[in-house]
Design a protein around this ligand. Structure first.
Ligand code: G4P
Length: 529
């Protein structure tokens, strides 16, 4: 096999996706069950360890995660399934971190949206869905917790359609519900898949494939009702359609219970059978880089190691083309400098493992790649530059000042680190600079993370004073003097030189847009609000 054939074959085997859900809908449980079905028993034990390790870790960072009961960091998990390689990207559950989710989704080819069967679409589901829509990635829907009292299946489909504007196309349909949840109809084969519970769902749920005649006699009414309902949906055209699924217009729906493992295999099969393998990525100039071109990748996440004992910084990139081999010297497009990749690893939670090679769709973490920023391209042999990952429009702005001036150096270092990681956006006024930068966030919880980390990781306690700014637009040098002369408006710079105009009043901004078309006031990507 030539290298090119090998790259294409490996790319075809990859499925890279993320799970999105409102907190508590069952994302963690489902992730663990995917591992179980991936047959990676060792990996399953590892993940459970990572999870409990995460919850009991003593570092302050973990403490914050623990106190808030949320997962702030996102990571990747790789496991084999049916001769395929699954890359599962973890996304933070809280909406204040939806910008982080957005960046993670830049590295995903599809998403699985998990709904709580008793709740349907919840606020955070909606926000995360909007991020997916923005990224134009196909979404599979998993209606979880069917082993508990739930809404009617049709109510849930209705909710998906009305709240998300996404047409649901069920590929499985529940037979029975709550305690009486027996299994699902597989829409594609018409067969009834009956599940058996196992103790605590610790092992795969045994499945029996049962033909319609037997199902009718053994399951009775719940089976007949399910057949009727699914038939009704087919009659109104809610049938799976590849083109509209890939375009993000329809979503195949699966019912199940991650806790008891019911329906997990069907869902994982759908990830493999329906979601796309990596495709060539379009560069900044509009050219597609073939999958079998020399190595290239882009960085979608930068994270300081949360372990105090090893204070280092990891840049995560997704391989877009070619074969990545640990030790390769690649070019960092941002600086044009060569970058050694001796310390390449995969990571899930706080665990990491050295990685020797990777293919399109895979995620690699590079330790101590210090100049590398979010959105940067890495390449080998043929230069390529991928489009940057746009920043969200911040809606909260606070002035940060170090409370102990002897810690100013640490404060500066911490602020620029948080900026690079995208924990908050850091804006500076040319006259004030680093003395009192403005921290800009999509959600206020980002401030909590920033102040907590400045104090605990960098030893630089800070005081934040909220400002009255509520809107930000991209602007330029020409418009700056005029904007600065206005009351309730200021222009500040990001580390990369981008200028942001901040407005206290959305009405004033709206008026300027209408009356002063010569001013540059470009919209940023809409974030969560
Ligand atoms: P998240 O990552 O989306 O926040 O959710 P997570 O998996 O942690 O699940 C949240 C709670 O819902 C957990 O219960 C979990 O056991 C439960 N759960 C997940 N899937 C199902 C399901 O299919 N059926 C039922 N009945 N429950 C489910 P917990 O009591 O908060 O935690 P735990 O002590 O059970 O881990």
């Amino acid at each position: 096999m030539t290298t090119s054939e090998r790259v294409l074959a490996e790319a075809t085997r990859r499925r890279t996706f993320a799970i999105i859900s409102h907190p508590d809908a069952g994302k963690t449980t489902l992730t663990e069950k995917f591992l179980l079905y991936g047959g990676a028993l060792g990996a399953e034990a590892g993940s459970v360890k990572a999870r409990s390790g995460r919850r009991s870790a003593t570092s302050d960072w973990m403490e914050l995660e623990q106190q808030r009961g949320i997962s702030i960091t996102s990571t990747v998990l790789q496991f084999p399934y049916r001769d395929h390689v699954i890359n599962l990207l973890d996304t933070p559950g809280h909406r204040d971190f939806s910008e982080d989710t957005y960046r993670v989704l830049a590295a995903a080819d599809a998403a699985v949206m998990v709904l709580d069967a008793a709740k349907g679409i919840e606020p955070q589901t909606l926000k995360l869905f909007e991020v997916c829509r923005d990224r134009e990635i196909p979404i599979l829907t998993f209606v979880n917790k069917w082993d508990r009292p739930a809404l009617q299946p049709l109510e849930i489909l209705d909710d998906v359609e009305k709240q998300l504007g996404l047409t649901p196309t069920p590929l499985s349909w529940p037979v029975g519900s709550s305690e009486g949840f027996r299994g699902v109809l597989d829409q594609r084969t018409g067969e009834f898949v009956r599940f058996t519970r196992t103790a605590r769902g610790a092992t795969m749920a045994p499945e029996e494939i049962i033909d319609p005649e037997r199902a009718k006699s053994e399951e009775g009414d719940p089976y007949l009702e399910a057949v009727d309902e699914l038939g009704l949906l087919e009659a109104v055209g809610a049938e799976y359609d590849e083109e509209t699924f890939l375009a993000g217009v329809t979503t195949p729906v699966f019912f199940g219970s991650a806790l008891t493992n019911f329906g997990v295999r069907l869902l994982l099969d759908a990830v493999v059978d329906l979601t796309p393998s990596p495709i060539p990525k379009t560069d900044l100039a509009g050219h597609e880089r073939p999958l079998d071109a020399p190595f290239s990748g882009f960085v979608f996440k930068v994270q300081a190691n949360m372990d105090k004992a090893h204070r280092d910084r990891t840049a995560f990139f997704r391989v877009c083309s070619g074969r990545f081999e640990r030790g390769m010297v690649v070019t960092h497009e941002g600086t044009g400098k060569p970058l050694a990749t001796k310390y390449a690893h995969t990571a899930f939670g706080t665990d990491r493992e050295t990685l020797d090679e990777a293919w399109p769709g895979d995620i690699v973490g590079l330790v101590n790649a210090n100049d590398v920023r979010i959105g940067d391209t890495l390449w080998l042999d043929d230069r390529v530059e991928y489009p940057p990952i746009p920043s969200f429009a911040p809606q909260h702005f606070a002035i940060a000042r170090v409370t102990d001036t002897s810690r100013f150096k640490q404060f500066r270092k911490g602020i620029s680190q948080l900026d690079e990681e995208g924990v908050v956006q850091v804006l500076r006024h040319p006259d004030i600079g680093d003395q009192a930068p403005i921290l800009a966030a999509v959600g206020p919880m980002q401030f909590e993370v920033a102040t907590h980390r400045l104090e605990n990781e960098f030893g630089a306690p800070v005081e934040l004073s909220m400002t009255n700014y509520s809107e930000a637009r991209l602007t330029d040098d020409e418009s700056t003097p005029d904007l600065r002369s206005m009351q309730g408006v200021d222009v500040l710079a990001k580390a990369d030189g981008t200028l942001l105009a901040l407005f206290e009043s959305p009405y004033w901004l709206a008026r300027l847009i209408g009356e002063r078309p010569e001013l540059t006031l470009e919209k940023l990507v809409a974030g969560a609000s």
